[in-house]
Design a protein. Structure first.
Length: 278
């Protein structure tokens, strides 16, 4: 199966839909996820709305471009169950640290499975789709195109997956930040960089020493020999919180590779190049 999404969570969403629908019909609608087909796209309270351009086909008497209204409604998880899920995720540092950085941990479904739930659609009861086009098959090309558009949105905003199941992203972040682990991590993420304090001078003041009986040889060569090897200082780890907080595919990043991996490679190159000069 060809990869249809740039991130693993977007790809998992498509794979989950394929298992519950006709995979062949689903692949036909990929072209309808493009901006030139989608005239309107909106998500409200777990429901996805779209208006999609159809095709002119004089053979079937369609002489004017049709526009079809397509809706996909995801079954929400109840507030009580969400509270249990958030409490469980908030007790695991590996999960909450990624979620507060707008990333989806690859083992996220384990927390839901522990409570008998699932985040990705797992049955036909988890979502309902309808379209105003004359094709009665489900999914039609327009519904399929909307699935792919949702996967594209998940690439840049993975927390949208929680919103589709009834928990908005800001509410998720707020509830996670209230847990003990979340309070510590949120304080680190929200910490502001302190501005530099003004000083009396921005250079080291010279100090004088009596020359005494210092000879020219001692002046130029010193009394003690210099070490033949230099001890390389261990660089302090950089948390790169601001970079990681953007996620793998932030809105401004239009490439297919991960933004975080690209920045890590760039920092590693600069660090190695600097060490070679030393």
């Amino acid at each position: 199966m060809a990869k249809m999404s740039r991130t693993w969570w977007g790809q998992k969403f498509i794979e989950a839909i394929e298992q519950l629908t006709d995979a062949g019909r689903l692949s036909r609608g990929r072209a309808y996820s493009k901006p030139n087909r989608l005239l309107h796209f909106d998500i409200q309270d777990g429901t996805v709305f779209a208006q999609i351009r159809g095709n002119v086909n004089p053979y079937f008497g369609v002489h004017k471009e049709p526009r079809y209204n397509t809706v996909i409604d995801f079954e929400p998880i109840s507030k009580a169950k969400w509270a249990a899920v958030v409490a469980l995720m908030g007790s695991k540092a590996s999960l909450i640290s990624r979620l507060l950085l707008n990333e989806i941990p690859d083992n996220i479904e384990d927390s839901f499975a522990t409570l008998g739930l699932h985040l990705l659609p797992a049955s036909e009861h988890d979502f309902h789709a309808q379209c105003s086009c004359p094709d009665w098959s489900n999914p039609c090309k327009h519904i399929a195109g909307l699935y792919y558009r949702i996967a594209t949105e998940l690439d840049s905003d993975p927390i949208l997956l929680f919103e589709l199941r009834g928990l908005p992203g800001d509410a998720l972040q707020a509830q996670l930040a209230q847990t003990p682990l979340g309070q510590a991590l949120a304080a680190e993420l929200s910490a502001k960089q302190q501005p530099p304090r003004p000083l009396d001078r921005y250079f080291t003041a010279p100090r004088t020493h009596p020359i005494g009986d210092l000879s020219l040889k001692c002046f130029w060569q010193g009394e003690n020999r210099l070490p033949t090897t230099l001890e390389v200082a261990t660089p302090s780890p950089v948390s790169a919180v601001l970079v990681k907080k953007q996620g793998d595919f932030p809105a401004f990043w239009q490439r297919d590779n991960s933004f975080i991996e690209t920045m890590e490679g760039l920092y590693g190159y600069v660090k190695t190049k600097h060490q070679k000069k030393l």
